[in-house]
Design a binder for this molecule. Structure first.
Ligand code: FAD
Length: 371
């Protein structure tokens, strides 16, 4: 098989790049399970974007740098934040209807998280899939896994897939997501096995900041229950993190790494940790967080009346395949977008709701040499 753009992965990064690349040539998008199987589908909280005149792009930039411990690449942060309003407008043009009141999350100095209740990722992916399926230049292959990158004279020219099939392309795009499944406890779905990192490393591409793995603090922790993530937007709306005596020990709106550190200290001392939003009106909770409320109920916990046992779990790879601001890796012919890429935007600790944003903003402009 031959194509112009070979995209590996059907999360927000892969699908959005496909839509933009289709203007310039034939696109083949492969994905190892079904189209909807991705971390993007599971994103709850939302997408950070400055749309309120009382907020400013500079505030969002400052918050991103603060969360990242000032280890971010400034040009990548600027691209990310300045591209946010356009990314939201793009999704709206595809039919996504965001809630009218933006949410607040940890380390954000303003309410600027655009959400669709607590199932933002699902709504965004459904809209991207619908748009991609209407585009005649995009062909999709499900249940097809990339196994190896093909290289000739130092350039990536294609891949081999399951079934020993070879696919050649002018550009190979890795949009394979994160590495959560390499850890014993993770918020990530089964597809997040770090394939893109393995493929790139084997081919000799440069990786960066691979030690910068973000743990999410509010993940269900109970024997025989899955590590179900409970969105940071609950804390933005007043949920407290408490010990078994109901005592708070950390400001819940600190960046994630700071909260995890405080929780780990407590756990090491033998304490149990809980997330508690029971002071809020039950109807309000059910309306704001319908998916989380229903899922917890399925696991035997009532969010409206119970405090929920939680512990940190592996969540997000801030490092990855080193790219420039256009997604070029260190190997000609190979590009990377989304969580698998290390653009430098997140520094050593990603700001909440900046990840879907990165998937969307960095895939909006197809690199010049591919246009
Ligand atoms: C539970 C949860 C909640 C989250 N909430 C938010 C949020 O509210 N806001 C936010 O900004 N971020 C959130 N995140 C993080 C964000 O969802 C991810 O970082 C982002 O969706 C990654 O998108 P992606 O396109 O890079 O990868 P993914 O969405 O993971 O897509 C990767 C794709 O690649 C495919 N793939 C992998 N390997 C191969 C292979 N070898 N061959 C073929 N296909 C392959 C996978 O099947 C999948 O389709 C959340 C993450 C989780 C897990």
């Amino acid at each position: 098989m031959k194509t112009d753009f070979l995209i590996i992965g059907s999360g927000a990064a892969g699908l959005n790049f496909a839509l933009h690349a289709a203007k310039y040539g034939q696109v083949l998008l492969i994905t190892k399970k079904k189209l909807k199987d991705s971390a993007s589908w599971h994103a709850q909280g939302g997408i950070a974007a400055v749309l309120d005149p009382k907020d400013s792009l500079q505030n969002h930039i400052n918050d991103t740098l603060k969360a990242g411990h000032y280890k971010n690449k400034k040009s990548a942060v600027e691209k990310l934040i300045k591209g946010a309003p356009k990314a939201i407008a793009h999704l709206e043009s595809l039919g996504v209807k965001f809630d009218t009141t933006p949410r607040k999350e940890g380390c954000h100095s303003h309410r600027r998280i655009r959400s669709v209740a607590d199932h933002t990722g699902k709504t965004v992916i459904q809209a991207l899939i619908k748009a991609a399926s209407k585009e005649p230049n995009i062909k999709i292959l499900e249940n097809t896994r990339a196994l190896k990158l093909l290289k000739s004279k130092g350039k990536i020219i294609g891949i081999t897939t399951t079934g020993e099939q070879k696919i050649y392309a002018k550009a190979v795009i890795l949009a394979t997501g994160g590495i959560g499944q390499k850890f014993p406890k993770t918020t990530n779905p089964k597809t997040s096995t770090g394939d893109g990192i393995d493929l790139a490393q084997e081919a000799g591409a440069k990786l960066m900041d691979m030690d910068c793995v973000q743990f999410h603090p509010t993940v269900l922790s109970s024997p025989d229950k899955p590590p179900f993530m409970i969105s940071e937007s609950l804390r933005g709306e007043g949920a407290k993190i408490v010990d078994e005596n109901g005592k708070r020990f950390i400001n819940e709106l600190e960046p994630r790494d700071i909260i995890c550190e405080a929780m780990n200290k407590k756990i090491a001392q033998g304490h149990s940790i809980y997330l508690d939003i029971t002071h809020k009106n039950p109807d309000w909770i059910r309306k704001q967080f319908p998916y989380i409320e229903k899922t917890l109920k399925k696991h035997g916990f009532d969010l409206t009346t119970n405090r929920i046992p939680i512990a940190p779990a592996a969540h997000y790879l801030c490092g990855g395949i080193a790219t420039d601001l256009s997604g070029r890796t260190s190997l000609p012919g190979l590009y990377a977008y989304g969580e698998v890429a290390r653009t430098g935007a997140h520094g050593h600790n990603r700001l909440a709701s900046n990840s879907l944003l990165e998937c969307l903003v960095f895939t909006m402009d197809v690199p010049k040499e591919l246009q």
